[in-house]
Design a protein around this ligand. Structure first.
Ligand code: SF4
Length: 215
C-alpha cells in the first residue's frame, strides 16, 4: 500500500527548525580537535563509534602525531594500537595514514578547503566533508545527512528521497541558508532523544503538532 507522502511548506519547515534549535541549542560539534586535519581524523574514527570514545582516543594519537607530516610517517601498527578502542581499527588506521599522505603529497601539507576535494581523502564522505567545511573552516556549504537526518527528514515531511545526496538537495531547497548550520546537529539530537528509530516519543515531542508522521 502506497500512502501519499506528506510534505512541509517552507514556512512550516522553518517553524520546526526554530523549535528544534530552541530545544537543543545551536551547533556544537562533539569531537575535540585543534586543526581541520585533526577534525578529519576524529571523523574517520567516529564512524560507528561514540564521540566520547573518540575524544578519549585522539589526545593520545594527536600528542604523538599532531600534523599530517607526522601522521604520514607514523608506524601503521602504532596507529592501529592507539585507535583500536574505536573499532574497525585496521581500516581506520589505514584511512588516517593515507589521508595524511594525500594532504602532504597532493595538497602541499594543507587540508583542501573545498567540499569536493575533501571527499577525495580516504575515509571522508560528503557528510564528514560538510562538517570539516563548517567546523574546520567556518564555511557552511551544505547539510550533513546521516542516518538520523535522513530518517527524521522523511518522517517530519522534509524529504521523501532515499539517498543522502538527494535528501540534502531537498533540505537546501526547503530551508533558508541561515538554518543549514544547525540542522544536522538538532536532528541528530532529536533522533537520539525523542524521535528514536522504531519508538518515537511523540507525546513528549516539541514538534508533534507540526510533524507529518510519514511512514
Ligand atoms: S512527532 Fe513523533 S515522529 Fe514526529 S518528530 Fe516527533 S517523535 Fe518523531
Amino acid at each position: 500500500m502506497n500512502k501519499k507522502y506528506k510534505r512541509q511548506t517552507k514556512a512550516q519547515a522553518e517553524e520546526i527548525v526554530k523549535i528544534l534549535i530552541d530545544e537543543y541549542g545551536g551547533q556544537e560539534v562533539g569531537l575535540h580537535f585543534d586543526t581541520p586535519f585533526q577534525l578529519a581524523v576524529a571523523l574517520i574514527l567516529a564512524a560507528q563509534c561514540t564521540d566520547e570514545r573518540v575524544n578519549k582516543t585522539t589526545p593520545i594519537l594527536f600528542k604523538k602525531y599532531p600534523t599530517p607530516e607526522k601522521m604520514m610517517r607514523a608506524d601503521l601498527e602504532d596507529i592501529k594500537k592507539i585507535v583500536k578502542p574505536c573499532g574497525f581499527y585496521n581500516n581506520k588506521a589505514l584511512s588516517i595514514k593515507e589521508t595524511a599522505r594525500m594532504i602532504v603529497e597532493d595538497y602541499n601539507g594543507r587540508m583542501p578547503e573545498d567540499i569536493d576535494e575533501l571527499q577525495n581523502l580516504r575515509g571522508i564522505g560528503r557528510k564528514s566533508a560538510n562538517i570539516i567545511m563548517l567546523e574546520g573552516f567556518g564555511k557552511c556549504e551544505g547539510i550533513a545527512v546521516d542516518t538520523h537526518v535522513g530518517r527524521i527528514s522523511r518522517k517530519i515531511g522534509f524529504s521523501n528521497k532515499p539517498a543522502p545526496t538527494e535528501i540534502e538537495k531537498d533540505l537546501l531547497k526547503l530551508l533558508d541558508r541561515k538554518y543549514w548550520v544547525d540542522l544536522n546537529h538538532v536532528l541528530v539530537l532529536h533522533g537520539r532523544q525523542k524521535c528514536i528509530a522504531n519508538r518515537p516519543q511523540c507525546n513528549e515531542c516539541p514538534i508533534s503538532s507540526l510533524c507529518k508522521k510519514n511512514d
